[in-house]
Design a protein around this ligand. Structure first.
Ligand code: GAR
Length: 221
């Protein structure tokens, strides 16, 4: 089996990166992480990559005159590492149409909401303010519009009475750590068809697979 070569873009903690690194340890995993690229130095995600023996690079966006030259430098590093797919994992820079086109259908993102609800920042605060009863996360292909693009998979979690942004974020993050490796594995294995703006699984997912539903919260939860 040839494993798809994946570059991961991060800006910080890197807990989603860790989930991808852990998944890549399995002998039958259809992807391998070949480069972790951060726009910030000294972040925890870089330590996680180094501990897993994965190459790292820091490309500081502030040292470039504009977004495109920053993205050209990232692209050069990704190509030098032989990356075929690129995963944004807590990468907190908006990318330009140049980068999106350059990596068309090869650039994935994880977003902490059930898209198309709550694109942008502060998703947990906004979900609580809207009073939704289900919240969650989405893995999607990146398009020009921020947090929009073919959805590869979603995981839902309940919003519980008494939740604040922190408890809700923690519940969503746990789901992110299951969802991202699962989506990347299916995509890397060629098991998802992308037609225009819609992504569809070619075959039914394994039980416990991509559609992650929360159990009903207990009545007194
Ligand atoms: C995750 O919750 C991810 O979904 C979110 O940032 C967090 C990064 O955590 N991404 C975005 O908000 C992108 N707009 P991590 O660094 O521990 O993976």
């Amino acid at each position: 089996m040839t494993r798809k070569r994946v570059g991961v873009l991060i800006s910080g903690r890197g807990s989603n990166l860790q989930a991808l690194l852990d998944a890549a340890q399995a002998p039958d995993c259809p992807f391998e992480i070949v480069l972790v690229l951060s726009n910030k130095a000294k972040v925890q995600g870089l330590e996680r990559a180094a501990a897993a023996g994965v190459a790292t690079a820091v490309i500081d966006h502030r040292t470039f005159p504009d977004r495109e030259t920053f993205e050209m430098a990232m692209t050069e590093a990704l190509e030098a590492a032989g990356a075929e797919l690129v995963c944004q994992a807590g990468f907190m820079r908006v990318v330009t149409s140049w980068f999106v086109t350059r990596w068309h259908d090869r650039l994935l993102n994880i977003h902490p909401s059930l898209l198309p609800a709550f694109p942008g920042l502060d998703t947990h605060e906004r979900a609580l303010a809207a009073g939704v009863k289900l919240h969650g996360c989405s893995v999607h292909l990146v398009r020009e519009t921020v947090d929009q693009g073919p959805i590869l998979g979603q995981a839902a979690v309940p919003v519980l009475p008494g939740d604040d942004a922190e408890t809700l974020a923690a519940r969503v993050l746990e789901a992110e750590h299951r969802l991202y490796p699962a989506c990347l594995a299916l995509y890397a294995a060629g098991r998802i068809d992308v037609r225009g703006e819609t992504a569809r699984l070619k075959t039914a997912p394994a039980p416990g697979g991509l559609l992650i539903n929360p159990p009903s919260p207990a009545a007194d939860a």
